[in-house]
Ligand binder design. Structure first.
Ligand code: F0G
Length: 419
């Protein structure tokens, strides 16, 4: 089975609970959503998706933030810190420089903990409550750990996070720590941390809240829904393309799912679905490799390196959901260098938009694809910036100018300013 963009409505299985069930994307096996803890298919080990008997329409959406889209989610409300409703900034100078019809920046760094992860956690932590689990856990390059810590403690649950030692930006560790997570610094990379936390989850020690958890991706669908509503309001049309950084490919999968559901509901024409365009760093680009080689499976990269530590990932676990998303929407994937990422971070900063390096990868990728002619000049594009500048203060300081030491004297300072 492959996840295709078709208007076919799903058949509702007996296991559905209030019109909600889990379905394996590989073998089609279905499961009740909240009876047992389950992350992958019992039959074949495939990835699971949340499915609904009633698909959402734009008219169903009311209110503000992630829970505006309750009609597209398994619950009416969740453990919330007012996530979502992030800005869709105009960037006229960048738009001119890149040379496209319209460019907007969907800045997910404006969420409560400074990244898009909050959208997934408001749903995921609510599921944990429904299931009655005790300890929540994740492996993380940093942002997931910050969001899990904040939402876990808000929901009065214990949290455990596994981080790759020495490879997580300072702001993210500070958040996880202050929001009361127990932090384990693992002598290994992110992929090793994820292997371990999956084993702990399989032993029933923890409830896993990485994006392998299908409920997290439900919350992240709302990024796509907000972008569509924003473009419809401002341009009377949906964007031609959405460009986003890729790590585990959770967002790519989530946006594709949001659009598939709108197509099934008859709210969006199959041909109008935005082209999903993924960007990775040169040193951690297994998805780009798979798309370029037209491969069905992604090869795990054991050695990964990039300044964009949030996407320093060699084994994108959601690839089976994301690859059809990129292909079926007519999108593509591209890798960019660390220098291109930092240049894009500076260009966004010049527009007043502060992002962490991984976020800037989207703009760096768009620049590259426009320069090579893959993106046309008449396209309307949204770039996703996934995390806030203050997440990684060291990278920001390194990309910016140095402070100038001066004496505490006005005349000396005036003289200094002449130089
Ligand atoms: N951008 C940022 C800032 C991220 O933190 C991540 C993932 C991504 C992009 C990639 O998103 O996995 O949906 O393709 N960070 C995870 C973490 C891995 O642990 O915080 P994806």
């Amino acid at each position: 089975m492959s996840l295709s963009l078709s208007a076919e409505q799903p058949a509702v299985p007996d296991v559905a609970d209030d019109g909600v069930w889990l379905e394996c994307i590989e073998c089609g096996e279905t499961f009740a959503p909240f009876d047992d803890v389950r992350y992958t298919c019992d039959e074949c080990g495939g990835l699971l998706e949340v499915r609904y008997a009633d698909l959402p329409t734009f008219d169903d959406f009311e209110g503000h933030g992630v829970w505006r889209y309750a009609a597209a989610l398994p619950f009416e409300a969740g453990v919330s810190i007012q996530e979502g409703a992030t800005p869709l900034y105009e960037v006229p100078r960048l738009e001119d420089e890149i040379g496209i019809e319209a460019l907007r920046i969907k800045h997910e760094g404006m969420n409560p903990t400074g990244s898009f992860k909050d959208r997934g956690m408001t749903v995921g932590v609510q599921v944990a409550k429904e299931l009655g689990v005790g300890r929540l856990a994740c492996a993380s390059t940093g942002n997931t750990s910050a969001a899990l810590a904040a939402y876990g403690t808000r929901g009065d649950m214990e949290t455990l996070v596994l981080l790759p030692a020495g490879k997580v930006a300072a702001g993210k560790i500070a958040q996880a720590s202050l929001h009361d997570a127990r932090i384990l610094e693992v002598d290994g990379n992110f992929d090793a941390c994820l292997d371990i936390v999956q084993e702990l989850a399989a032993k029933g020690e923890v409830y896993l809240l990485n994006s392998l958890n299908p409920f997290r991706l439900e919350g992240q669908k709302t990024i796509g829904l907000e972008i569509l509503e924003g473009f419809l309001a401002d341009y009377d049309t949906v964007p031609d393309r959405i460009v986003l950084p890729v790590g585990n490919a959770g967002n790519t999968s989530a946006l594709y799912k949001a659009f598939r559901e709108l197509v099934q509901a008859g709210e969006l024409d199959e041909d109008d679905v935005p082209k999903l365009t993924g960007v990775q760093a040169d040193g951690a680009a297994p998805m780009v490799e798979a798309i370029e080689n037209d491969a069905d499976e992604v090869r795990r990269w054991d050695d990964v390196e990039t300044r964009a530590t949030a996407i320093r990932i060699g084994n994108p676990v959601n690839a089976p959901k994301a690859i059809p998303g990129i292909r079926e929407t007519g999108g593509t994937a591209v890798a960019v260098s660390d220098e291109e990422i930092t240049d894009a971070q500076r260009a966004l900063a010049r527009e007043g938009i502060g992002v962490e390096p991984a976020s800037a990868a989207s703009v760096a990728g768009l620049r590259k694809l426009r320069a090579s002619g893959v993106v046309d000049d008449d396209e309307r594009v949204a770039c996703l910036t996934t995390g806030h500048l203050l997440k990684d203060p060291d990278a920001a300081a390194a990309a910016g100018g140095d402070p100038e030491p001066v004496p505490a004297d006005t005349d000396d300072i005036l003289e200094h300013l002449q130089q």
